[in-house]
Ligand binder design. Structure first.
Ligand code: IPE
Ligand code: IPE
Ligand code: MG
Length: 242
């Protein structure tokens, strides 16, 4: 397939409803969601996608019942313990984005170990967004710039879209080309608000635990057919490609 996106960003939604349909507890849905995440990592790597971002826990997900939050945190920890070596052997570079201040010591330690282990890897860059919010990301970038202004190192007039972008999480990576959200919800839920400015959007009714290789290929096929204009007219683009 030609025209493969460099960066795919996914809101993995619908674990709860998947479990409910089966009269199972929500945790069972999150477990099944973890397996779907494992598969999508493998399938993106196979298709030579460079960066995959997975939204695993939002800044707002702390509002869920304490028991569900703690189950999710346990799942992240055990998932990392179980999968780190396999990801490393498959040349995956793992990175976490989000506000780390509310995560447990144990999870933080595991995250930094796995990031250090996989840092030299040149294969797929896998970004896991935990306690992440697009508004948080923009706020922390602006705070860094404000500090530089306070220190006299920067003038406020020199703050540009590029300088804000340079201080966002994963500023060294390309912005998402393709955004996918499962479970039929048509919203961004505070995911990468800035970085998604020009992403192509793909929504599917499939619940996350059922997101299969076939569904990924459907999203990729839709992406391949779209014309990305970035403000230009369609005619300009066809003139340039001749
Ligand atoms: C997504 O599934 C996983 C997380 C937000 C952690 P949900 O848990 O939001 O599933 P639904 O939306 O209740 O079905
Ligand atoms: C967004 O899903 C966050 C993740 C998938 C991690 P939610 O299910 O929490 O989003 P809302 O609350 O329905 O918008
Ligand atoms: Mg949801």
């Amino acid at each position: 397939m030609f025209n493969i996106p460099r960066h795919v960003a996914i809101i993995m939604d619908g674990n709860g409803r998947w479990a409910k349909q089966r009269f199972m507890p929500r945790l069972a849905g999150h477990r099944a969601g973890m397996e779907a995440a494992r598969q999508v990592v493998k399938n993106c790597a196979k298709r030579q996608i460079k960066v995959l971002s997975l939204f695993a826990f939002s800044s707002e997900n702390w509002r869920r019942p304490a028991q569900e939050v703690s189950h999710l945190m346990d799942l992240f920890l055990t998932g990392l313990e179980r999968e780190a070596q396999m990801l490393h052997e498959n040349n995956v570079q793992l990175r976490f984005i989000g506000d780390r201040s509310r995560l447990s010591e144990k999870l933080l330690k595991k995250i930094s170990d796995v990031e250090a282990l996989t840092k030299p890897n040149a294969g797929l860059v896998l970004i896991i967004a935990v306690d992440y919010g697009g508004q948080w990301d923009i706020t922390q970038a602006v705070q860094k710039l404000a500090r530089a202004v306070e220190d006299g190192a920067l003038r406020s007039a020199d703050i540009t879209a590029d300088s804000i972008a340079a201080h966002l999480s994963f500023a060294d990576l390309p912005d998402p080309d393709l955004f996918i959200r499962t479970s039929g919800e048509l919203r961004m839920s505070n995911f990468m608000l800035w970085q998604l400015a020009y992403a192509e959007l793909f929504f599917t009714d499939v619940l996350w635990p059922d997101f299969s290789e076939k569904e990924l290929d459907l999203a990729l096929a839709h992406y391949a057919k779209r014309e990305r204009r970035y403000g230009h007219s369609s005619e300009q683009l066809s003139e340039n490609s001749c």
